[in-house]
Every structure is written in C-alpha cells, then in structure tokens.
Design a protein. Sequence first.
Length: 201
Amino acid sequence: MKQLITKIEQAIPALKKYENFIHKWQKAINLVSKKDIEFLWERHILDSAQVYFYLPVNAKILIDFGSGGGFPALVIAILNKYLKGSLTDIYLIESDIKKCVFLQEVARELNLSVHIVNDRIEKVKDIKADIITARGFASVKDILTYSIPFLQKNTEFLLLKGVQTEQELKDTGFSFNKKLSNSCLSGNGYIVQLSEVKKNA
C-alpha cells in the first residue's frame, strides 16, 4: 500500500476532495455500503487507484461499466490528469440518474474531462474501447457479453474481482488471454487482465 501511495502522491489532494464529496453525498445517495464508508479510502479509492498502473501505455479510450460512485473510473480519471496519462476519453456508463448527477458534480469540481453516460449499457452505441473496466458490476460472463458492441481488435479488460474470480472465468462463452494479479489492498482481491477477447462460435 505504501508503494501505491508514493506513486499517486501528486493526485492525493484531488482524491481526498473526491473522498469528501462521497461522504457529503452518501447521506442522500447510497454510493457505497454502510459498512464500507468508514474504510472508503482503502477499500474503494486506493483499490481503484491500483488499476491505473495496469493500463496499457498507449490506451486512449476507456469505458467503465456500471460506474456507480465512480469506482474505478473517476479515480483513474484523476490519476490520468495528475500523472499525465495517455487516456483522452473516459466514459462512465451508469443507469442511475442520481449517481450520474453525483459523477457530473465531482467531474465539474475537479475539472475532469470525462463523459457521463446515463443509460443502460445495452443501449449505448458507437463507442469503441481500448480498455473496459468494471468493479462490483456483474460476472465476467455478463461483462464480456455486454462488451461485444464496444470491442475492437486490441480491446483489453481490467476488472476488479474477488474470491470467485477463477470460477467466473470458466464457461464464459468467450476465449481470451488472461492474467491475474493479486490486489495490493485485499488478500482476496484480484486485478483481472483479459486480452484478445473473442466470442466463441
């Protein structure tokens, strides 16, 4: 964890502002679970921050499925800004309008260049992704199924997953190359990297 904090040092003031926004809005919108709110920095913000360092060097377009309170996409957007990353377009897809209002407010206050898409994923069209992210959204099988319209030749996935990771990667109906890395925050967590994703015939 200390190594991660050192890497993101330049962005910590902005991340702390984001953390404060969540505490403020949590009273009106359930952005994180009640049991997690006191561990917000470690379990949500730092957990999301580690994903940034798995992004391909030249990735430009990132799409986040079911962004909710902004994990991991808003954290990635903050790091991309302050660490001068390669991402040019970050799309946060979220069907809950109240959460979208929250995401827009954070983006405005922190001057983040992101696209908030208030719609169901299956209704979103005409975006091709270099990277697709998701955290606490759906099973790997469902994420891959939803991703079909967004795929291009070199699209990669960065998914934050837990103890059921290995089981979720079986019988998805897709072929892919995979790499699992242990989370630096949770003994049961993984960063799942998938590439060369193709739907089985």
